[in-house]
Every structure is written in structure tokens, then in C-alpha cells.
Design a protein around this ligand. Structure first.
Ligand SMILES: [Zn+2]
Length: 339
């Protein structure tokens, strides 16, 4: 049974609130900002640079010969002097360490456009969230604290950022299509993904209004600065997410879990187009409680799926947005309709 990022995040808040953290001036400067950064409702974009400052401080110390484990123990207010080699990291210290370790692997993804999203990229060697994984023997904890490997490489983080920007572009274009649904080409697009043989013109206009309202929520989420991409760290040891691209888990925070197959090649779409499709698909689950009646490869032609199911179906929304965004070739559309 895994635990969600939102639960791990409340441990980060508790860790940062601890009075036992370092009293050193330079650490205090970071700690004061980290407390503002990790707000109750998620990361605060206004204080985003504190994670870069934390990484810079750790890397400067590392160049001088102090590895990240030693620096993070110092930040947590623990020098371990006189405690011997058999020292155990208890839950309280693990929580303080886990807070810094989580922030050390947190990145604001923002390259182009208005979208602002976060990536929490805990090292692959962790099989639970930092506040849990760092409990126990000092040697194991030290190895984990010193581990600077990212779950999401720089290139993957760029791809996630681009996927969000692309998804944002599609959603905005789809909103334009829905707002002007009386125009023939726009009407045809909405009808293509959401009308069946018994749909009237008024039904298509009503579907466009539903889509427009939903897409507005998704666009707002992409721009909110609260959206977090991470993976299901506490489930890494298992097989539950094998073959999974991404999912949402009802977190109180706005979290989308990005799994191994996200960057895979098993989908009809590939590369940026597929990544953007996944982002839009997952956000419709998160914001609109859409269902997975059918994925594109299973057939999402509404004449077969039915119009009433299509408007509830995550992949129908995502493919419609891709269509409006100009990301689909005629051959891809034809293929999707023929399934
Ligand atoms: Zn889904």
C-alpha cells in the first residue's frame, strides 16, 4: 500500500517547522525562505529560487569536500558528534532530513508560455518518500542523502515542461474552437469526437459548452503554479505501475504521477504529441472526474462509443484538444475513427 505525495508533503512541512533545524545564519536564511516556499497548499512560485539556492549551497560545500549528506545533516541541525557509528536516524530526524532532501530534488519547470509546473524528482534508489526512506542506520541514510541522481533527467524535465506548454496551447485552441462552435470547421471538430448518429446540432453546441467550461479549469491549473509532477515513489519497489504512463490519485495537492511508460513508445502518438496528450488526459481526470471508457487504441469514435460516453471520456477530450492544436495528421484522425 503506497502513500501519496500529498502525505509526504505534509511531512515536509512538519520537518521545516521543526525548531531543531540549524541555527547557522546561512542555513537560517534558506530555512526561512523554505518555510514560505513550502506553503500549506503547495509550492509557492514566488519563492521558487530557494530550491536553486539550496542546490547551490550543497554544491559549493561539495566542491570544498563536504558531501551532501554531511551538509543536509547540518541543515537538519544534527552534527552527530560523539554519537558513534551505530547511530540510528529516528522519525523526527528523518522528517527534517526528508524535508531538505525533497526540496533539493524539486524543480520549477517553466520554459515558454504561461504554464508553471513543478517536478519532484527523488533519486531512483529511494523506494519510499524521503521522510520514510531516511529512517534507520546512519550508513544507509548517508548513502541516500549523498545520492544526487535524479528520477527525471534534465532532458526528461525539459520534455515534461514542453509537454505542459504544448498541452496548454492545445487547450487554448480547443477553447477557441468551442467558443466559436457555430463556425462550420469548428462544429465539425466537436462533432467528430463527441457526436453520434442521434446527436442534434443543439447537442453538439451543448457539448462545446461543456468542453469549454472544462478546458477553462485545465488551463487555469496549468497556469496556477500548483501543478506537481512526480512519480509514485512509495510504489517503486512493486509492479503496480509497470506499463503505466501516468495517473492521478486524488491527492489534495494537484499531483500527476509520471511513470516509466510516459516516455515509452507504445502509444499511437509519439514524443511531444503523446506527452502533451497524457498531460491533458490526466488533467481531465483530475479537474473534471472524467472516466476511461476507452483509450484511442480501443476506439473512441463517438459513433461507436456513443456521444454520452465520449463527453465523459478522458482520451476523447485529449484527442479533441490535439486535433484543435493541429497535432494530428489526417491519417491519425482517419485511423482513430476507423477503430
Ligand atoms: Zn485515464
Amino acid at each position: 500500500m503506497g502513500t501519496r505525495f500529498s502525505e509526504a508533503y505534509s511531512e515536509v512541512l512538519d520537518g521545516l517547522a521543526s525548531k531543531k533545524l540549524s541555527k547557522d545564519d546561512k542555513w537560517q536564511a534558506i530555512i526561512v525562505r523554505a518555510r514560505k516556499f513550502a506553503a500549506i497548499d503547495g509550492f509557492n512560485v514566488g519563492e521558487a529560487s530557494v530550491v536553486n539556492e539550496l542546490r547551490a549551497k550543497l554544491s559549493v560545500a561539495a566542491v570544498k569536500g563536504t558531501n551532501e549528506a554531511v551538509s543536509l545533516l547540518e541543515a537538519a541541525g544534527e552534527d552527530l558528534s560523539g554519537k558513534g557509528a551505530g547511530v540510528m536516524i529516528d522519525a523526527d530526524l528523518a522528517r527534517r532530513l526528508g524535508a531538505f532532501k525533497t526540496l533539493r530534488h524539486t524543480y520549477l519547470l517553466k520554459r515558454f508560455g504561461a504554464h508553471k509546473v513543478w517536478c519532484v524528482s527523488i533519486p531512483p534508489a529511494f523506494t519510499d518518500w524521503p521522510h520514510e526512506a531516511l529512517k534507520g542506520g546512519l550508513a544507509g541514510a548517508t548513502t541516500k542523502l549523498a545520492d544526487t541522481t535524479e528520477r527525471f533527467s534534465l532532458e526528461q524535465r525539459k520534455n515534461l515542461s514542453d509537454a505542459s506548454a504544448e498541452g496548454m496551447k492545445w487547450v487554448q485552441r480547443a477553447m477557441t474552437v468551442c467558443s466559436n462552435v457555430k463556425k462550420d470547421t469548428n462544429f465539425a471538430k466537436v462533432a467528430r469526437w463527441f457526436a453520434d448518429a442521434s446527436s442534434t446540432d443543439a447537442d453538439v453546441v451543448a457539448a462545446a459548452a461543456t468542453l469549454n467550461a472544462g478546458l477553462k479549469k485545465i488551463a487555469a491549473k496549468l497556469m496556477s503554479g500548483h501543478l506537481i509532477y512526480t512519480d509514485s515513489v512509495s510504489e517503486r519497489g512493486g509492479t503496480d505501475n509497470d506499463g503505466v504512463e501516468a495517473f492521478v490519485w486524488g491527492d489534495p495537492l494537484d499531483v500527476v504521477y509520471i511513470e516509466e511508460e510516459f516516455f515509452g513508445a507504445r502509444n499511437t502518438l509519439t514524443g511531444l504529441t503523446n506527452w502533451a496528450r497524457i498531460v491533458v488526459h490526466e488533467l481531465t481526470h483530475r479537474e473534471l472526474d472524467t472516466e476511461d471508457h476507452a483509450y484511442e487504441h480501443q476506439g473512441i469514435n463517438p459513433r461507436k462509443l456513443t456521444a454520452s460516453k465520449a463527453i465523459e471520456n478522458a482520451d476523447s477530450w485529449a484527442w479533441f484538444c490535439a486535433d484543435c492544436g493541429g497535432a494530428l495528421t489526417d491519417a491519425l484522425i482517419k485511423n482513430a475513427m476507423a477503430r
